[in-house]
Design a protein around this ligand. Structure first.
Ligand SMILES: Nc1ncnc2c1ncn2[C@@H]1O[C@H](COP(=O)(O)OP(=O)(O)OP(=O)(O)O)[C@@H](O)[C@H]1O
Ligand SMILES: [Mg+2]
Length: 270
């Protein structure tokens, strides 16, 4: 279970404090596909960046399976990161490596200087890299990559490079990469926003299948209300740094929900 308690994040610049998350309380049960929605600037990405420890919360706690991750650093942090997979809007694949190598990425040790992921900061890269020492033997990595290729249905593209793949196929590679260490949580920040509606549907179907087969908890941040309605069993609405609605997807999208929620959920329909 993920339990977020009174999570607050304040960005401080020169002489200004900006409260981006204000006493957020969220409970996510194992196996949930949990949606986080809200208008641009509401604090969604900051929240997900706190969950994978790219941002340090100003106060409050984030417990994963009873461990407060905000108190961890160094080696313990690396250990924790293995439990948290992440996929991004722009896939962030290594363009000069083939599908197999990209999927194996999180199982190997690749020095920061040896990679280029366009649009990805060194910090963000740390969410994909977990080991300082070699942990897996070559044949173990091969076996795991084979399993993952089957899971995401990309066996026939295993030696292709990202440039030789469609957007949906690239996101499948990114999903496989995120699952390589068998995490208990998969974070998706606008994972389908760069895809057309048909491809979005196939990625959502895949995420649902993975959730059912592996029981991985999935947290989905999205602007696209159809994404939430299609796969999320629960959802919170963030508005101006606060949770303004939460519950089952059906409850939150129902006609009786509050004006802010209505505004948020309807805004992206049109
Ligand atoms: N590193 C930072 N320093 C200062 N302010 C930041 C930083 N990161 C985000 N912010 C501010 O925090 C607020 C929330 O940003 P965030 O990226 O979490 O929003 P979001 O809900 O993900 O929006 P979008 O839907 O556009 O992706 C914004 O006002 C943003 O400018
Ligand atoms: Mg965002």
């Amino acid at each position: 279970m993920i339990k977020i308690t009174d999570l607050t994040k304040v960005f401080t610049s020169k002489n200004q404090n900006l409260t981006v998350l204000n006493k957020i309380n969220i409970k996510i049960e194992d196996g949930d596909i949990f949606g986080i929605i809200g208008m641009s600037g509401a604090g969604k990405s900051t929240l997900i960046r706190c969950i994978n420890l790219l941002e340090k919360p100003t106060s409050g706690s984030i417990e994963i399976d009873g461990v407060d991750i905000t108190k961890k650093s160094g080696k313990q942090l690396l250990q924790l990161r293995k439990k948290i997979g992440m996929i991004f809007q722009n896939f962030n694949l290594l363009m000069q490596k083939n599908v197999r190598k990209n999927i194996a990425f999180g199982l190997e040790i690749i020095p920061v200087k040896d990679f280029v992921i366009e649009g990805m900061s060194k910090e963000d890269y740390s969410t994909l890299s977990y080991f300082k020492k070699r942990r897996f033997k070559k044949d173990e990595i091969k076996r795991r990559v084979d399993e993952l290729l089957t899971l995401v249905d990309l066996k026939e593209k295993e030696f292709n490079y990202p440039a030789q793949l469609s957007g949906g196929q690239r996101q499948r590679v990114a999903i496989a990469r995120a699952l390589a260490t068998k995490p208990s949580v998969l974070l998706c920040d606008e994972a389908t926003s760069a895809l057309d509606s048909l491809t979005t549907k196939s990625i959502l179907k895949l995420l649902k299948k993975i959730n059912e087969e592996t029981k991985v908890t999935i947290i989905v941040i999205t602007h696209e209300m159809n994404v939430v309605q299609e796969i999320c069993n629960k959802v919170v609405v963030l508005d101006k740094s606060e949770v303004v609605a939460s519950g089952s997807t059906q409850e939150v999208f129902s006609n009786e929900s509050s004006e802010i929620t209505q505004r948020t959920t309807h805004r992206y329909f049109s």
